[in-house]
Design a protein around this ligand. Structure first.
Ligand code: MN
Length: 330
């Protein structure tokens, strides 16, 4: 039995099932799945599994503005309103949430990891809706365990303002340490680790972090200004070069990487952030490689949002990414 697991309930966000594919919305097509149902058999076809990660404990520990705990709820509402373009064969299951107000961040990360592993054992494609960026360390560990049989070289692609590579020896793990934890975990296991970040802002990372990145192999980045100045083809070539040796990819999108005009509902607003169109083009290109084994959207904080801009942007990304992934996994 999964811990801290709340199976999906038909919140008011879901509407009556609709077989009319030309008029159906996501809210008519999403189905519920209980990951603790032991009678489930692995699925034969490519389907998606939504998991909400109801934690902003890492944001709180990191002295950020809490609120991302409600991200999963609001993004589901936005998703339900979008038209269905995935046809009849691709299904999206809402598998519910990892939720535990009285549990530690590490407990919840372990529980998320187990849920992601369970999703993969059912041959479903995980989409995790955060939650603070502590989502990443839980999601990543679940993917790693889910891939244990074949042990591919699993790379990490992060769209983020921050490296989230902070040392945690004194402060303890939080939403800003997840990728350092991945780095340390793989170093200990002597496993493959490669990590790239797109959208780094100089003014949002101290020099100690740039120093760590400079002297660590297999971590590379483009700043948000690099993305602004380069044309799409240049960025695409850089990405292709970076991901060439990744056999599988874990993709994570921090909503604070976007310009706050597009994504005001985050803990750390970013006045100079990435453009969502440019970012989508790059992410679609990465998804089209067929290497992505799971993705998440984190740090959507509805209480800081304006007119649901941020949750709507996150839902829109799910809309486009699922199409590309479904097409390239067949
Ligand atoms: Mn982050």
């Amino acid at each position: 039995m999964l811990r801290d697991y709340r199976k999906a309930r038909p919140y008011s966000y879901l509407q009556a099932p609709d077989d009319q594919l030309y008029t159906a919305k996501w809210g008519n097509r999403i189905q519920l799945l209980d990951l603790n149902d032991e009678s489930l058999e692995p699925f034969d076809d490519m389907h998606f599994a939504l998991i909400g990660f109801k934690s902003d404990k890492g944001v709180y520990i990191n002295n950020g503005r809490p609120g991302a705990v409600e991200g999963p709820r609001e993004i589901r509402y936005q998703l339900a309103k979008l038209p269905w373009h995935l046809g009849r064969d691709v299904l999206v299951y809402d598998c519910g949430d990892i939720d535990g107000p009285n549990r530690t961040m590490e407990d919840l990360q372990d529980s998320l990891s187990a849920a992601v592993e369970r999703v993969m054992s059912l041959n479903l494609f995980p989409i995790v809706i955060g939650g603070g960026h502590e989502t990443a360390f839980g999601h990543y560990q679940g993917l790693k365990k889910g891939l244990e049989a074949s042990k591919p070289d699993l790379g990490v692609v992060n769209f983020d303002v921050h490296f989230d590579l902070r040392p945690y020896d004194k402060s303890g793990p939080n939403s800003g340490t997840g990728f350092r934890q991945m780095h340390d975990l793989n170093k200990k296991l002597d496993d493959y680790f490669k990590y790239i970040v797109l959208g780094i802002q100089e003014h949002s990372n101290n020099l100690n972090l740039f120093n760590f990145v400079a002297k660590t192999d297999n971590i590379d980045f483009l700043t948000s200004q690099d993305l602004f100045k380069a044309d799409y083809q240049t960025v695409r070539d850089w990405v292709d070069n970076q991901i060439a040796d990744m056999e599988k990819i874990y993709l994570t999108i921090d909503m604070d990487s976007f310009n706050s005009a597009f994504a005001p509902g985050v803990s750390a607003i970013q006045s100079l952030g990435n453009d969502p169109q440019m970012t989508l083009a790059i992410i679609e290109h990465i998804a089209a490689t067929g290497k992505v084994v799971g993705f998440d959207l984190v740090e959507t904080s509805p209480s800081h949002d304006i007119d649901n801009h941020t949750s709507n942007l996150a839902a829109t990304y799910i809309f486009y990414l699922t199409q590309i992934i479904a097409k390239n996994y067949r």
